[in-house]
Design a protein around this ligand. Sequence first.
Ligand code: SAJ
Length: 464
Amino acid sequence: MLGLQVTSAFLRTDKPEKVTRLVQDGKIPVCVVGLGYVGLRLAVYFASAGAKVVGVDVEKAKVSLINRGICPVRDSSLADKFDSVVTNKGLRATTKIPRDFSVYIISVPTPLDEDHLPVLDHVTSASESVAKAMEKGCLVVLESTVYPGVTSKVVKGILSKVSRLEPGSDFSLAYCAERVDPGNLIHMPDNTPRVIGGIDDTSGRIAAAVYKSFVKADTIQVDDCEVAELVKLVENAYRDLNIAFANELALACQRMGFDIIEVIRAASTKWSFHAHFPGPGVGGSCIPVTPYYLMKGAKDAGAELPLLSMARRINEAMPGHTLHLVSDALNEIGKTVRGSKIAILGVSYKADIDDIRGSPGLAIGESLSKLGAQVVFYDPYASSNAVTGLVNRLDDAVRGAECILIATDHSLFRTLDLKHLKQIANDRVALVDGRGVVSPSLVRKMGFAYRGLGRAASSTVTAR
Ligand code: SAJ
């Protein structure tokens, strides 16, 4: 590994393309702090571009899995690259932040507390650990989703205080938001543009050069860290707003006698309509959280974002609306929630991944259990040690059930053998589709009592 003085010379003064090449040649080593869904993917992509990468995580079990060549997350879009970088030793994991690395990238969780206020504890503690390990001439990048000012005030303050190095002249500091969509096989880290902002122009340029070692798409350098931090919040808040619009429309369509899925599909034939669909809740650790970071940043500056908080209220109410559909459908077959067996298909927060953080299915299941239902979960992506009441076989979940609730739009739930499920369920059975994945007319024809989020309770013609 090049001595730090040399790399720091490259890092601060040399042509950016040299930095890119040195990263790819393994001469500028990269340390990724935090190996969650985002950090692990980042470490793997840097390593697959040739970089020497050390991944750091507080979870010993995760570190040992990675060093044994076992990917700790089930994500089809990561599996192959992970195997190749671990076999050729491009990626090593540890619990201790290595000293005198040229590049440290912090990618740790930024959750909310019970009052929906941002929690920066992981960011501050990671910054302290990096500050103790870093030397003159290095680059530090924050990837975690934060509100404007965290990089240039909170992180910069900790790094300079603890390392006693001068930001800018002694080390570079930038913000580069992660743009990861777990399970997405189209938008991958190497073909997704990245927005980068530095505490100064040089920091931004160097950070862009480091990311170019694996990012083949554009690296867009914006004015400073604050702009880059705000861009990330805007991207995700935009999504939360549009999901709320789809959810609000869905509730109206149920009453107006329309099928929201048909309406949105048809509307999305217009060039300026970006389709979002209703769901039983907005899960994950990004979309439901980001709007609160944006509201906090705005509020600190005396600005209000009422539309965002309204959207959050709409989305946070969707598990309740879905529960109502279950109760309504059960009533149609002369049953109540209390005493009914309810099979919930899907605990992952979104299709075709194993992440259950903020899972709408689990939230609804918990409420149904409290109302006296016998709730059983089935999800081919989830593991039974993470979910109580999860069964490994679909038939075991559905056998004797009075209600089937589809809570996640896993691809395989679009081709369920409904005829078979009808045969093994209770003789009178309801099916509630929270994701618009089954055909209402087909389900009704099979004799299910059907309810669909955003779809009229009975056939659309009679309801209008
Ligand atoms: N959802 C809906 N209706 C929709 C889209 C999503 O109800 O039309 C629900 C999902 O089921 C899920 C939640 O919202 O429960 C979040 O869905 P998501 O696809 O946005 O999932 P995330 O959290 O993985 O979002 C990621 C984000 N990446 C990160 O910041 C980590 C976000 O940047 C992307 O916009 C998003 O993927 C994407 O575009 O797919």
